[in-house]
Design a protein around this ligand. Structure first.
Ligand code: NAD
Length: 468
């Protein structure tokens, strides 16, 4: 059993709430890790430690900060096997996938280590003898609150961008992958001065205490409801809220596409990581002319995925996913495959294909964080586009089409941060976009995240009058 402790100003120790949380392995229900939950005083102590360390870290040369991040990246790479095993044990992701996602995190750290020192402002020519500088500086203390579904890669992005730009951090990883978060901070921390990176642990109330504390940025990757409450907390304190939240990503399958290939893309988008990806395919609009062949192929794909996918993170999530599926069936959808909680240990849920879905169904409107592919048939590309665009979320969307004009129409019309044509995944590393609506605000990724983590000071500089 992994004992999860907190880190405040370089000192490791148990959280002070007296409350414990135990994480069960979602594959076989055995206990994996136990968190000694932090209390509000711990959160405030961590924020105070970060605040105290902030001026020194802000004054540290950018190249030195980058060197620290490179060293942390090397340590995370060396610990990739161990981190992958922890991710697998805590949230069920197959070990090889978990290792790939840790290495993706290492790549992000190295990108930020390279980009940090060259991130800079502009100068403007004013009047003769005057110059204006747009000087970048760190924002101060950043709260980094992260989810469990890709715990190391997501944390690496936010920690790397915050630290390399001279901010200090209080990190709260998900209570569902706490030992993973704890180990990541153990690997990072020796490379930074005490107080620059602090760790608190626990569930929603601990995150809420951190979001309400006197920090300068709250960077949250997680569920939309959490993001909205963090935005409200930030409105009270004046902190900047950087939110990367849930999605309800549509997939459009146009007339004329190969239905077998389209089904492979749909299955990858809906079933990878057991559907627990923010940009998973969440609703499918397929043109009537290819619908039957597409559905047959999607069922075959689901059969092929079943032995490969891991469990959901826990039974609580599985119940929520199954509730949406059962409600859809009650409202007239047909489960062509899956759609029932299996017997046996763990939190497994089968890849599920739902046909005959309508836009009123919760499974077509709200995020379904599980391996479910709900399908609706449309009579034209325009109808698919209109229905795909009708969502309160705006994270990403995919269009499968052989028509360049439909591709052009789609990327312009879809109100989402990312539009993918002819591939559900595979965007270039470093890509960043603005999520829309309930999916969040600000750039959570890419070089643009360095802008989010810094503030710009305009300096107007004139020569003193001659004769001084
Ligand atoms: P979550 O919001 O429940 O938890 C994420 C973090 O927020 C955890 O550390 C949690 O303890 C904390 N938290 C919970 N309640 C809080 C509160 N009231 N105030 C402050 N912090 C609080 O999300 P989750 O279930 O861990 O993650 C899954 C969600 O994350 C999905 O909705 C998924 O789409 C989203 N996600 C989005 C992206 C993206 O880039 N847009 C990436 C990965 C995951």
């Amino acid at each position: 059993m992994h004992e999860v402790t907190q880190l405040i100003s370089g000192a490791w120790g148990a959280g002070g709430s007296g409350r414990d949380l135990t994480v069960l392995n979602p594959t076989d229900d055995t206990p994996v890790s136990r968190i000694a939950v932090s209390d509000e005083a711990d959160v405030h102590a961590a924020v105070a430690a970060a605040r105290e360390a902030a001026p020194g870290w802000a004054r540290t040369a950018p190249a030195q900060r980058a060197a620290a991040l490179h060293a942390a990246a090397d340590a995370v790479e060396a610990g990739a096997g161990e981190l992958a095993a922890l991710i697998h044990a805590e949230m069920g992701k197959p070990v090889a996938d978990a290792r790939d996602s840790v290495l993706a995190g290492v790549g992000t750290l190295r990108q930020y280590a390279e980009l940090g020192p060259v991130h800079r402002g502009r100068t403007l020519a004013g009047a003769d003898q005057a110059i204006d500088l747009m000087a970048y500086g760190p924002r101060g203390v950043v709260a980094v609150i992260t989810p469990w579904n890709d715990p190391v890669a997501v944390a690496c992005g936010l920690l790397g961008a915050a630290l390399v730009t001279g901010n200090t951090v209080v990190h709260k990883p998900s209570e569902r992958t706490p030992a993973t978060g704890h180990r990541l901070v153990e690997l990072f921390a020796p490379h930074f001065p005490d107080g620059v990176l602090n760790l608190v642990n626990g569930d929603g109330p601990v995150g809420a205490a951190l979001a309400a504390a006197p920090v300068d940025v709250v960077a949250h990757v997680g569920a939309t409801a959490t993001g909205r409450s963090i935005a409200a907390a930030c409105a009270r304190t004046g902190a900047k809220a950087l939110l990367e939240n849930g999605g309800k990503d549509p997939l459009l399958v146009d007339a004329g596409v190969d239905p077998g290939w389209a089904a492979g893309q749909a299955a990858l988008g809906a079933f990878a990581n057991s559907g627990q990806i923010c940009v998973a395919v969440e609703r499918i609009y397929v043109h009537a002319s290819v619908a039957d062949a597409f559905l047959d192929a999607l069922v075959a794909e689901a059969d092929a995925w079943e032995p490969r996918i891991g469990p959901l993170v826990d039974r609580r999530l599985r119940d929520a996913v199954d509730e949406q599926v059962q409600q859809a069936v009650k409202d007239g959808a047909t489960a062509l495959r899956g759609g029932a909680v299996p017997a046996g240990p763990g939190a497994f849920y089968p890849p599920t294909v739902l046909a005959g879905c309508t836009d009123a169904m919760t499974v077509m409107r709200e995020e379904t964080f599980g391996p479910v592919a709900p399908v609706a048939v449309v009579d034209s590309f325009e109808e698919g586009l209109r229905r795909a665009a009708d969502s309160t979320y705006g994270l990403a969307a995919t269009v499968l089409t052989g028509s360049m004009s439909h591709a052009q129409q789609a990327w312009r019309a879809l109100p989402a941060g990312t539009v993918k044509i002819n591939a559900v995944f595979g965007g270039a590393p470093g890509g960043a976009a603005h999520p829309r609506g309930l999916s969040g605000s600000g750039y959570g990724y890419g070089p643009e995240l360095l802008d989010e983590m810094t503030c710009t000071k305009a300096v107007h500089l004139e020569a003193p009058p001659s004769g001084w």
